[in-house]
Each structure stands twice: as C-alpha cells, then as structure tokens.
Design a protein around this ligand. Structure first.
Ligand SMILES: Nc1ncnc2c1ncn2[C@@H]1O[C@H](COP(=O)(O)OP(=O)(O)OP(=O)(O)O)[C@@H](O)[C@H]1O
Length: 216
C-alpha cells in the first residue's frame, strides 16, 4: 500500500509551521523524517494520523484521495512521544487487546519474564516505552507512525527494535522520526528533512551535513 500526505498547511496563532510538505510511505519501506527541534515533525505525524487539525492537507491511499482521518482506520497505528497506554492495565491484558504474542515478545526481551501480570504503572519509563513500541509494531497494521521510538531506550534495546522494524516493513508501511539520526539512517529506505515549513527528500545523507543538521 502507498500512503501519501501532500499540501499540508499548519499554523498556530498566525505563525506558519508547515506549508510545503509531501511525505510518502509504502509497504516494504521505512520512511524517516528528520529536522531540528520545533520544525514540525510531531505535528506532521499527527496531521497524517488525523488527530491534529490543520488548515489544509491531502491524504492519498494507493493514489486515491480520502477525506477520512487515518486514525479511523483500524489498521493505522500511531506511537506518540508521550505515554500511549493506560497505567492501570496489566501487560497480559494489553497483549491480548493488541492480539500480540507474549512469548514472541519474551523471546526478544527475556528480562520481562516476571512482568506478565504487572501493570504499566509498575514499569520504568524505558520499559513502558519498550512495551508501547512493541505493541504498535507487532499489531496487525498497514501503516505505523512512530514518534521518537529510540529515545529512552538502552543501546541494546534500540538494536533489537531496529531489527524488528526491518522485519515488520515487509508487511507494513513505517514512518518514523527520531533525533538519534544515526539509527534512523541505518534502517530507513526513504528520508525527508523538514526545514522552513517544507519537506525535502534526502537522497544522500551527506546533505544533512551541508544543511547543518548532522555532524558525522
Ligand atoms: N498546541 C500548540 N500550540 C501552539 N504552538 C504549537 C503547538 N504545538 C506545537 N506548536 C509549535 O509548532 C512547532 C512545531 O512543533 P512540533 O512539536 O511539531 O515540532 P517537532 O519538530 O516535533 O519538535 P521536537 O523535535 O522538538 O520534538 C513548534 O514551534 C511548536 O512550538
């Protein structure tokens, strides 16, 4: 499937934030979005998902325009920067709700073996993030949008999640943004940079140095 977001116009209190954005995501690919703090990456993901209203946008699925917000499609998932899951619910129940295998999770994260009956409130910030990412990634979806999935994860856990992202892209379109850009560059197939309200496709990561975003 191909998901496109085009003609985005977003302003807050008269200040233009986004006004020339085009982003494409497709099954089999990981699409990365980079940009400085405050350039509009989170807003862009939320506009794509449909839970942030903007002045204008065009969403196409497989070349057909849709006026429906993507969040109304069961098979589109969004991982926000802040907590996704309620605190008072056990991991066992969450995995059942998301229809995700607990044993599959344990095979990658054996340290969670005693946590099945634990509630989200009993986990550390990083552990909560691992659960939220895993459930988003492994749920039955056509498109997933991930806002800073690597932030708060330990280096080893980042490596595990990167491998799973590469596996999952076979069946899903994946869009992610993260300031840990080296990890992002390693796994993305397509890359966009947001600057001055517009998106630019980056074919050569060296460009990120020229633009003044990254230091290699
Ligand atoms: N609810 C809001 N009201 C007013 N301004 C907002 C609101 N949300 C975001 N902004 C502004 O819009 C701009 C884009 O914010 P956004 O969170 O999308 O940036 P970002 O690229 O994700 O930033 P970061 O990398 O720091 O997370 C910022 O200048 C921010 O101050």
């Amino acid at each position: 499937m191909i998901f496109e977001l085009d003609n985005v116009e977003l302003s807050f209190s008269g200040k233009d934030v986004l006004y020339g954005v085009y982003i494409k995501a497709e099954t089999g690919k990981i699409t990365g979005i980079l940009g400085s703090n405050g350039c509009g990456k989170t807003s862009l993901l939320r506009i794509f998902f449909g839970n942030l209203k903007c002045n204008n946008k065009l969403v196409r699925i497989d070349q057909k325009s849709t006026l429906k917000d993507l969040y109304t499609f069961e098979k589109v998932k969004f991982l926000p920067q802040n907590d996704l899951l309620p605190n008072n619910i056990s991991l066992n129940r969450l995995f059942r709700i998301y229809k995700v295998s607990w044993s599959g999770f344990l095979s990658k994260f054996p340290d969670f073996k005693n946590y099945r009956k634990s509630k989200m409130s009993e986990l550390s910030g990083g552990e909560k993030r691992v659960i939220s990412i895993w459930l988003t990634l492994k749920s039955d979806s056509n498109l997933i949008l991930l806002d800073e999935p690597f932030t708060h994860l330990s280096p080893l856990n980042i490596e595990i999640i990167k491998k799973e992202l590469v596996l999952e892209k076979k069946n899903k379109a994946i869009i992610l943004t993260d300031h840990l850009y080296r990890h992002l560059l390693e796994i993305t197939d397509d890359l966009y940079f947001i600057q001055d309200g517009c998106s630019k496709e980056i074919k050569d990561p060296e460009k990120l140095k020229e633009i003044g975003y990254a230091v290699f």
